[in-house]
Write a protein that binds this ligand. Structure first.
Ligand SMILES: *Cc1c(COP(=O)(O)O)cnc(C)c1O
Length: 304
């Protein structure tokens, strides 16, 4: 069973924000599970239930070599008594990075495919081929976004959150944003910060909302200018920000998602985007497992 731990919501005390009459809180979704942490816990929850209902005993999913989704799927599968298979984009590099090492410990079977093959991840013939190699499985899509995932992420907010004026989240595939969009109230606003480069994300989110019949009651807004060069990319500015945030608040942020969201949010505060009296909740969507690999790759020592 995947059992949630208690999630805290902490206020971030910062004199400048107080002066502006703005309150900022952070909901620590990273605390929900030691291994299957952050938004991935919510995205996997109902998929695990569904896999069990369908009588499947193996989960198969796709991801990059540093993927939070691969990591969380391996851990959730292990904790719930499923086998897991990770189809990894690109060639195996040895020694394995910390993410892949950890998923092997969780019992995940890894299978590497070329970038060309990887593009066929939604292709039914390709999935049949995988079934003949690995046996039957429950497919969790890359990034984990599907209808059941959105049902899970729509449970991140609850009734006691009606006093917040704004929620802020990072965006990858948009599954988390879509679930939040479903649950905000009429007087509340959802801000999404894309960690990917490109304006395509606006269309992507629109089609997700359409596909899952989500008509947000409140206002939603997507920012596509805080990607720092694109997915998995960072610069000294972002690295410096992660260090500053940890010194100031004692909370680690990951370089792929949460730091970009928080950087964007604070930038908006500085630019007086928020009215006096705003009460903002930033969602710490997790991703801390990726820091070790990032540090190793770039010779850094970001806090984890
Ligand atoms: C996967 C992930 C996201 C993006 O979630 P989506 O539902 O794909 O948009 C954001 N933050 C962290 C830490 C993640 O691991």
């Amino acid at each position: 069973m995947l059992i949630p731990q208690e999630i805290s919501t902490q206020e971030l005390d910062y004199p400048l924000w107080k002066q502006k009459g703005i309150q900022v809180f952070i909901r620590r979704l990273d605390q929900v599970h030691t291994l299957a942490s952050g938004n991935k816990f919510f995205k996997l929850k109902y998929n695990l239930e569904q896999a069990r209902k369908e009588g499947k005993n193996t989960l198969l999913t796709f991801g990059g070599a540093y993927s939070n989704h691969i990591y969380a799927t391996a851990a959730a599968a292990k904790a719930s008594g499923f086998n897991s298979i990770g189809i990894i984009r690109g060639e195996e590099t040895l020694p394995l990075n910390p993410t892949l090492n950890a998923v092997l410990v969780q019992g995940m079977v890894l299978h590497y495919i070329s970038r060309e093959e990887y593009r066929r991840k939604k292709n039914l013939d390709f999935l049949d081929q995988l079934k003949s190699s690995f046996g039957d499985f429950y497919l969790v899509p890359e990034g984990g976004t599907n209808e059941l995932a959105v049902r899970g992420t729509s449970e991140i907010l609850n009734k006691t959150d009606s006093g917040y004026t704004h929620f802020a989240t990072s965006i990858g595939t948009g599954g988390t944003f879509a679930g939040l969009a479903k649950s905000i109230g009429a007087q509340q606003q959802l801000l999404g910060f894309s960690s990917l480069k490109g304006e395509f994300i606006h269309g992507e989110i629109a089609s997700l909302l359409d596909q899952f019949n989500i008509l947000p009651k409140g206002r939603i807004e997507i920012f596509d200018t805080y990607h720092f060069g694109g997915y998995g990319k960072a610069n000294d500015d972002l690295i410096g920000f992660i260090r500053w945030f940890y010194r100031e608040f004692g909370i680690p942020l990951d370089p792929v998602y949460t730091s970009k969201m928080m950087y964007g949010l604070i930038d908006l505060i500085n630019k007086d985007y928020f009215l006096e009296g705003s009460k903002i909740m930033a969602l710490h969507t997790g991703g801390l497992q990726g820091i070790a690999g990032f540090n190793q790759r770039f010779g850094l020592s970001l806090p984890l």
